[in-house]
Design a protein. Structure first.
Length: 129
């Protein structure tokens, strides 16, 4: 096991180039850039719903790579594979659906981690409880 975090990826969570820059975009991009540049695991892991989204992830991290890195795609509907990196990181605090999915695999197989922002939408506030 690599002991790193798979990144639950969708462009909106990690893109600071949009028309409306919010703190969550900056936090997401900063986290991803740091993981790519300073992570020491054998692989970078991307958890995404489609191959197109995975390819977008690969394009996004390309400028930050100082040397070639192996990148693995974990399909979003395959939570059993998240034991490989050991953690799944999502760019928001809405962890309930991922924790629930983990119950059907192995509750000890991987950690679920998210980030909370100082200004949160109603969706995020409802997810926190």
């Amino acid at each position: 096991m690599d002991t790193t975090a798979a990144v639950l990826y969708s462009k909106d969570g990690y893109d600071t180039g949009g028309q409306r820059l919010l703190g969550r975009h900056s936090a997401g991009e900063g986290f991803l850039k740091s993981l790519v540049q300073h992570g020491s695991a054998d692989y970078l892991y991307c958890c995404a719903d489609s191959e197109a989204t995975f390819q977008e992830f690969c394009s996004r991290i390309q400028p930050w790579l100082s040397q070639p890195r192996k990148v693995r795609w974990i399909k979003k509907d395959r939570p059993d594979l998240l034991s490989q990196p050991g953690t799944i990181y999502r760019p928001d605090p809405a962890l309930a659906d991922m924790v629930w999915a983990r119950r059907f695999v192995d509750q000890r197989a991987y950690s679920v981690c998210g980030v909370t922002h100082t200004i949160a939408t109603k969706y995020v506030m409802d997810a926190i409880g």
